[in-house]
Design a protein around this ligand. Structure first.
Ligand code: MOS
Length: 716
């Protein structure tokens, strides 16, 4: 690596920016309303598209009666399968993805499938016309009833993108030889992510290029998908998403409204914007499948695992296979001579699920970290001691060494700060008026991935630097973190660095997903900055257009030594359970994480606290109810779909222990997802400790608490 300290262009900065708290670069613009989101940027001649979604769960569209609607005020077009332009097939990470090949056939695979787009001069006119549009169907019987025992349940093939099943040793032998066995089923309901900023896209043709302003987690991927769908030269598609108001996986893939904005703009030859409503988001942006998970743990009397079996079931749609990998969690966390994990799936007449924060690990950790607590109870071992006793030396399935694994450091620090040592392990014995009190803990992990990315860094003639990378800031503070990374890599002050993101014209880069963004982008920026400094060392003058260095980390990333790379954590919760109403209140939470190098402590802490808050929602509130008769949701809005509000969220502390990852050039692991992992289990375990009753089905609603009663039989 070349060092160029001493050149005028790279005067040494006093202190490194990474590791220091910085408020968001765009914070002022956001709180003053100057930052514009995809749904609110003005465009001349803008027309508005309004989606019409199917009301049946299975069947065919018989007719779309466009005539009367086309005569309504302001209506410009009604697009549907009968008149839509042809779209090519797009192959995504899980194979061909018909979810975004909209309006190509008359089949309806679920309630909420896009059947028409009404385009009008104003959004109100489009909405009124969309409401008036009559679509008739030939309806067929549907099946939306999920259960682990569904006859259609199958084990998908193992592929590089989906490891469905792993097995070593013999589970039955291991269980038979065990002194203590836990064999329980845990369920989590259908859950939805519904970002503050609804999905929105504007598309227009400008000088022969398709220009799209969209709300997504990765503009390059969306641009590529649009090019493929519409058979365009990839260079003639530009997608930008400068500000994104939350995503959580729901904006991690191209969604139908973006394709439809582009389709409508092409058909009417005007800019068209399509914005989703809250209710539409419940069927169009993906969600987390319900899960039913059987966990079988066999252990010696001291709690050491002999047999480990995690069988997870989830659902997908009839059009595309997306699997919630709940059983992936134990492949990292716990080892046993007999070890089996499997993710099964059934195809039902429901929308296609997708990534939702900590996909797999969130529900998987609920089941497994609850089961570990049950094992601790049955062995009479402290839950933290049980986990210490079962710390693996290498990856339980891969056999690979960990790049770093400081889960015990998290438990140690967490136990100290939470006051775990004073805990009376007996359940149902702490009472405060009508409240029963308890505490619980759980481990957490999420993979630390990386993907090859490109970046460009320019030394400007005025002594500043411009970084260009197709990163996305979905509210996490990515723009700020990358500015810190770039400043340190260039050895200049933060104020001299400008980071431009979320423009597909900047080239390929990892999307903001899978907790892989910061690590992937930081690597690319660091390489480009280093290359730039080498160039600057050879020249004194910077021309008016500046000097630009580019990077592509694809090769370096694939040459990375194979290791188990993960963030880890320990979650702690204290709850109070009202024996008269069944209400569970979380009183405090503490999460201690080992997540590699932390770039911006301020926004990192926010990420973790956000995840833990979501854990409260998952444990106590969130539950989408799918109506068997209609096949749609009974509570597909934010009135009926409950989640933790401010009053439900107590003091939450999140912090981290040192976790140097010397096997990675960035040392960054990512912490977007790990905050939710284990959080619901810690709460459920605390509810057991308070009441003496295990709750294996989320959410832990008051009626479930009352029905189950409590250990001291004074309620229910
Ligand atoms: Mo995250 S669910 O990969 O956006």
């Amino acid at each position: 690596m070349t060092t160029t300290t001493g050149t005028t262009a790279t005067a040494t900065a006093a202190t490194p920016a990474v590791g220091t708290s910085h408020t968001r670069m765009e914070g002022r613009a956001k709180v003053t309303g100057a930052a514009r989101y995809s749904g609110e940027i003005p465009f001349a001649e803008l027309a508005h598209g309004w989606l019409v979604l199917s009301t049946i769960a299975r069947g065919r569209i018989r007719s779309v009666e466009s005539g009367p609607v086309l005569a309504m005020p302001g209506v410009l077009a009604v697009l549907h399968y009968g008149n839509a332009p042809h779209l090519e097939e797009v192959v995504g990470p899980f194979g061909p993805n018909p979810v975004i090949q909209v309006f190509q056939h008359d089949r309806v695979p679920h309630v909420g499938w896009p059947v028409a787009l009404v385009v009008a001069e104003t959004s109100e006119q489009a909405r009124e016309a969309a409401d008036a549009l009559v679509v008739s169907y030939d309806q067929e019987p549907h099946d939306v009833a999920f259960s682990a025992g569904h006859p259609g349940m199958y084990t998908p093939d193992n592929t590089p993108m989906l490891l469905a099943e792993t097995e070593k040793g013999d589970i039955e032998t291991g269980l038979a030889a065990s002194a203590v066995v836990v064999d329980e089923e845990y369920t989590t309901p259908e859950e939805h992510h519904n970002a503050m900023e609804p999905h929105a896209a504007m598309a227009r043709w400008d000088s022969g290029r398709l220009e799209v302003v969209d709300s997504n987690q990765g503009a390059f991927t969306v641009a590529q998908d649009l090019a493929k769908l519409f058979s365009l030269d990839p260079a003639s598609v530009r997608v930008r998403s400068e500000h994104v108001g939350g995503a959580f996986g729901s904006k991690g893939s191209t969604r139908p409204q973006t394709v439809l904005a582009a389709m409508a703009a092409t058909v009417i030859n005007r800019p068209v914007r399509v914005v989703l409503t809250r209710r539409q988001m419940f069927s169009l942006v993906g969600y987390r499948s319900p899960t039913a998970q059987r966990v079988r743990l066999g252990a010696d009397a001291d709690g050491r695992l002999r047999a480990f079996d995690h069988q997870a079931a989830c659902l997908t749609s009839t059009v595309h296979q997306f699997v919630e990998r709940s059983a992936a969690y134990g492949r990292v966390m716990y080892d046993a001579d007999a070890h089996h994990t499997v993710n099964r799936v059934v195809r039902l007449d429901v929308p296609t699920p997708s990534w939702m924060r900590a996909p797999g690990e969130a529900p998987g950790s609920f089941a497994l970290e609850s089961a570990m607590d049950e094992l601790a109870e049955r062995c009479g071992v402290d839950p933290i001691a049980l986990r210490t006793r079962n710390e693996p030396d290498v990856g339980p399935v891969s056999g690979l060494p960990f790049s770093s694994r400081n889960v015990l450091g998290c438990f140690e620090e967490g136990a100290r700060r939470f006051g775990w040592a004073d805990r009376d392990p007996r359940p149902g014995v702490r009472r405060e008026g009508r409240w029963l009190l308890g505490t619980g803990t759980a481990a957490a992990t999420y993979s630390a991935g990386v993907a090859g990315s490109t970046a460009a860094v320019t030394a400007e003639a005025d002594g500043t630097f411009t970084v260009r990378i197709t990163a996305a800031d979905i509210g996490t503070g990515a723009r700020t973190a990358l500015t810190q990374i770039a400043a340190d890599a260039l050895e200049v002050e933060l104020g001299r660095v400008r980071v431009k993101i979320a423009d597909s014209d900047f080239g390929q880069a990892m999307l903001a997903g899978g907790s892989m963004g910061t690590r992937s982008w930081a690597w690319a920026i660091t390489v480009a900055a280093s290359e730039l400094r080498a160039q600057l060392a050879l020249t004194g003058d910077i021309p008016p257009e500046g000097i630009t260095a580019r990077s592509n980390t694809a090769e370096a990333v694939s040459a990375l030594e194979k290791r188990e790379r993960h963030s880890f954590g320990a979650q702690f919760a204290e709850v109070a359970v009202d024996v008269t109403s069944g209400e569970v209140r979380v009183r405090r939470m503490l999460g201690i994480f080992a997540a590699g190098r932390v770039v911006n402590p301020l926004t990192a802490r926010s990420q973790l606290i956000g995840g833990m808050t979501w854990g409260i929602s998952m444990a106590l509130h969130e539950e989408a109810i799918r109506d068997q008769a209609s096949g749609g949701l009974a509570n597909g809005d934010l009135a009926g779909y409950h989640f933790a509000a401010n009053a439900d969220v107590p003091l939450i502390e999140a912090d981290w222990v040192d976790d140097p990852d010397t096997h990675d050039p960035t040392g960054i692991k990512g912490l977007g997802e790990v905050g939710i992992v284990g959080a619901a289990a810690a709460i459920a375990n605390a509810v057991w400790h308070a009441t003496g009753v295990r709750h294996r089905h989320l959410p832990i609603r008051p009626d479930r608490v009352l029905l189950a009663g409590t250990g001291d039989n004074r309620a229910g």
